[in-house]
Ligand binder design. Structure first.
Ligand code: PEP
Ligand code: CO
Length: 450
């Protein structure tokens, strides 16, 4: 039996159109935009309401300290890079990190990609000027092209459809890889053994050996490794471009309630979380679990106001705060925020994004981050929550499965010169495969020290 939506619910989904929406492109062709939105609205959902509900329950567990979220992927996915190899490497990286964290935290790890929809980027300026020529800024592959030509930089609504189809093929591969035995615990552990066998990473060999013994112990006890052949892997992206999110929102026939079926989890960025803006209004009306990024200037009252708008009844797992304070500020700014929210009593899942508060520009002009700062922000996150008796619920990481050189440091000691070797990101610098695994092992070390 299907439940019809309340007419007010449907009307409410368009209320954002009357509000100010930050960070939206100026589409030159309104007619084509309308046609594309109509087309998107007829296409099948990319994810299903029941999956979003299952994720909400898991995020609630993370909020209580009974699970841990690992959310990772590109800053900006690129259509041309949605190849089998690149997607596989990214999934492998997240799965490898997850096995290490599962062992280190003794908790189930919720695996989530910044994948299959992470195509839209907020920018600090609407335009970019090079050699006296000014063009629209690159807003992600879902809006315009990266090449600095008028044709590429003009926002093109056809790209919304390309984003949908690229997300569909990415999700197809994610589902195949994570249910077809490729992601089995034994296999992922073998990849980690390969990593720690490299003498450069011998520091982590002991933890890998412990995991090895734990797995052999499980086997001896008769663990059902067949049951560990499949993992749930969720898709998430920043819910930035409302011309994409609105047409992909569907009414769940079980409940008559709307779900944004472009991804399981959507987050609202630091630049678009204005309380009276279009984004908060829109996402308050869909049932998906939501994240909000909180930078170092966020006040406790703002955090409470976000809870009033996005989770007034305090439903566990509905709302995740993803803090991104910077290594230098987290110990100073996070405590007051967590205290205020905790005193309110409505549950929040706290996640640390140790990337976006740690941007620097290298002397050679690259946008980069220091691996040591990333680790230090994670350490600060655990310290603050431990001191307050609250729960550190997960990590939000920009990473790729390839050997890029975008973040300074790590055992390979990528230095300022080294950045130019393979700097590929269009927007923010990502941890490479090795740096991502090192992060996971170092988090285990951090958890042990405490
Ligand atoms: C991002 O996650 O890529 C991003 C732009 O983050 P923030 O909103 O925290 O700056
Ligand atoms: Co980013």
């Amino acid at each position: 039996m299907s439940v019809e939506p309340d007419p007010g619910v449907l009307e409410g989904l368009d209320a954002w159109e009357g509000l100010s929406a930050e960070q939206q492109p100026s589409w030159p062709d309104a007619t084509r935009l309308r046609q594309v939105r109509e087309k998107l609205a007829t296409l099948p959902p990319l994810v299903f309401a029941g999956e979003a509900d299952a994720l909400r329950a898991k995020l609630a567990a993370a909020g209580r300290g009974e699970a841990f979220l690992l959310q990772g992927g590109d800053c900006a996915e690129i259509f041309a890079e949605a190849t089998a190899d690149r997607i596989r490497h990214k999934i492998m990286t997240v799965l490898q990190m997850a096995v290490v964290l599962t062992y280190g935290a003794s908790l189930p790890v919720i695996k989530m990609g910044r994948m299959a929809g992470q195509y839209a980027k907020p920018r600090s300026a609407d335009t970019e000027t090079r050699d006296g020529v000014t063009l629209p800024a690159f807003r992600g592959d879902i809006v315009n092209g990266y090449a600095f030509t008028p044709a590429d930089r003009t926002p093109d609504p056809e790209r919304l459809l390309e984003a949908y189809h690229t997300s569909a093929s990415t999700l197809n591969l994610i589902r195949a890889f994570t249910t077809g035995g490729f992601a089995s615990l034994l296999r992922v552990h073998e990849w980690n053994r390969g990593f720690t066998a490299n003498p450069a990473y011998s520091r982590y060999e002991e933890i890998a050996a412990e995991i090895d013994r734990a797995i052999r112990f499980m086997a001896a006890c008769g663990a059902d490794f067949d049951a560990l052949r499949a993992v749930d892997f969720y898709a998430s992206h920043e819910g930035l471009l409302l011309d994409y999110e609105r047409p992909l929102t569907r009414i769940d026939s079980r409940t008559g309630l709307p779900y944004d079926c472009s991804g399981h989890f959507l987050w609202i960025g630091e630049r678009t979380r204005k309380l009276d803006g279009a984004h908060i209004d829109y996402f308050s009306r869909v049932q998906n679990p939501l994240g909000v990024k909180l930078g170092p200037t966020t006040t406790g009252d703002e955090a409470l106001a976000l809870m009033d708008r996005l989770n007034p009844n305090g439903e566990p797992g509905r709302l995740t705060f993803i803090t991104r304070m910077g290594a230098g500020l987290i110990r100073d700014r996070l405590p007051a925020l967590v205290e205020k929210v905790t005193a309110d009593g409505r549950p929040i899942t706290w996640v640390c994004d140790p990337m976006h508060g740690n941007g620097i520009v290298s002397s050679s002009g690259y946008k980069t981050r220091r691996f040591a700062d990333v680790i230090d922000e994670v350490a600060g996150f655990f310290e603050v929550h431990r001191a307050l008796g609250t729960v550190p619920g997960g990590l939000h990481i920009e990473l790729t499965g390839d050997d890029v050189t975008e973040v300074l440091g790590g055992t390979e000691e990528i230095d300022e010169e080294g950045l130019s070797r393979r700097y590929e990101t269009r927007v923010d610098p990502r941890l490479n495969h090795q740096q991502s695994l090192e992060l996971a092992f170092q988090v285990v070390e951090l958890l042990r020290r405490s």
